[in-house]
Each structure stands twice: as C-alpha cells, then as structure tokens.
Write a protein that binds this ligand. Structure first.
Ligand SMILES: [Zn+2]
Length: 246
C-alpha cells in the first residue's frame, strides 16, 4: 500500500500548537504509520518509551544507569523510572508545540501520572505555551479482530534485508520472494496465528482500563483503522485539530 507522505498532504504551519497526543491501537492497526505521519506533518516529536530508555542507557544518565542494572537482572523497568525519563523528555525544547506519545501510557497509573505531569508543566508556564501541555488528545485506532488477525498473519519478512511484506496488503512482485534480493520470504515465529492471538488478547486486557479512563474524561476519539491509510490519516488529523483545546 502506498503511503502518502507529508509533502503530499502539505506540512502544517510550524507555529501551530498541537499539544500532547496519545495514540492507542492494537498491533497491526497501523499505529506506527499514523504516528510517523502525525509527527512529520505537524513537525512534533514522536516519543516512544523504548527510544527514551535506550537513549538514557546510552548517555548513562542517572535513570539510565539504574534502568540498565534492573534490565541486566532480567526485571522490568519500574514505572517511576520510565515516568522519570518521560518527564525529562517532555521538558526538551522540541516538545514546545506538542508531541506524540507512542507506547505510553500503558496503564491507568501511567495515564494519571501523565495528567499530573502535564498539569505541573502548565502551571510552570505562566500562560505561555500552556496549550502544548494541555490534557492529551487520545486517538484510538479501532480495527475489527478478524481483520487484525488477517493483517498480522499475512506478514512475511525477508531474512536477508529485513523488509516486511504482507500477502494481503503489500505482496512482493513474485509470490514468496523478496523484491530487493530474491531471498525466499519467511513467517516469523511472532507472526503465527497462535502467538498473535495471545498478543492481541494481552493487548486488549492491558488497554481496556486505559480506554475507559480516557473515555470517562471525554478525551477519547475513536478512528476506524479499517480503511485506507489516507482516510485514517484524514480522520486523525481532523480529530487533532478540532479537539485539542485547553
Ligand atoms: Zn530482501
């Protein structure tokens, strides 16, 4: 599927304040694609906890050193460390007009933390740039279960160059063969139906309380992810522009 880039849509003004955006959606809903399009179009950073974690570990920050020790023991990095790193990241200059959070918050506790943090940031701004730390607009990409299953089980990857194909949506020119280097494509273990079903179930369980949390606060906007990328994008942009007000 051809993805329209920001140049085709028209980059929005660089002065526009977008505010915080949280993107929710199960694996296979096209969250990564939409996050990238939003970030490019509005000129705001896409912030993922994985990237922040790696960055803190690489720069050997206080939080990064602690996180590394914990991960070395095989334990999960606790909330307060993750939140501390997110807080540092949100203070950076490129977040001044807004940012898009990808993979955070994952839990209601993190969502509550984020609300408090944004409130603190707003209070510290004395009216200037407050909109950039308004309560987040939460966009949930909704895709029907069987559709997700089909998307995810259709994934094939090239063991040589790492390119990902989808037998339904992005088939290679010759069936089962990588366009770039002619290597036979494989189904990764992660992409078998059994593993995917487990993953989707786990996601659903983890996310439902979050959906309820934001829904109860009137911040949740559901976008049908079961349409072409351009249509999803148009609805997502509309949601961001119409709802994000202090
Ligand atoms: Zn290849």
């Amino acid at each position: 599927m051809e993805v329209q880039t920001s140049s085709a849509v028209g980059v929005k003004t660089n002065q526009q304040v977008v505010g915080p955006i949280v993107l929710l959606g199960p694996p296979g809903a096209g969250k990564g694609t939409q996050a990238k399009l939003i970030a490019e179009t509005y000129g705001i950073p896409q912030i993922s906890t994985g990237d922040i974690l790696r960055d803190n570990v690489a720069r050997k920050t206080e939080l990064g050193v602690k996180a590394k020790e914990i991960m070395a023991r095989g334990d999960l990095v606790p909330d307060e460390l993750v939140c501390g790193m997110v807080a540092d990241r949100l203070m950076q200059a490129d977040c001044v007009r807004g940012f898009i959070l990808d993979g955070f918050p994952r839990t209601v506790r993190q969502a509550e933390w984020l609300d408090t943090q944004l409130e603190k940031m707003r209070a510290g701004k004395d009216g200037k740039g407050q909109q950039a730390c308004a309560p987040p607009v939460v966009i949930r990409l909704v895709v029907e279960y069987n559709q997700l299953l089909q998307r995810l089980t259709g994934r094939r990857s090239c063991p040589t160059c790492g390119l990902i194909y989808n037998v339904y949506y992005q088939p290679p020119k010759i069936q089962g063969i990588c366009d770039v280097d002619g290597t036979p494509l494989v189904t990764r273990r992660d992409d078998t139906e059994e593993v995917i079903t487990e993953r989707l179930k786990a996601y659903e369980q983890l996310t439902l309380p979050l959906v309820e949390y934001y829904g109860a606060r009137g911040r949740l906007i559901e976008v049908n992810g079961d349409q072409p990328v351009e249509a999803v994008m148009a609805q997502t942009f509309k949601a961001i522009e119409n709802v994000n007000r202090l």
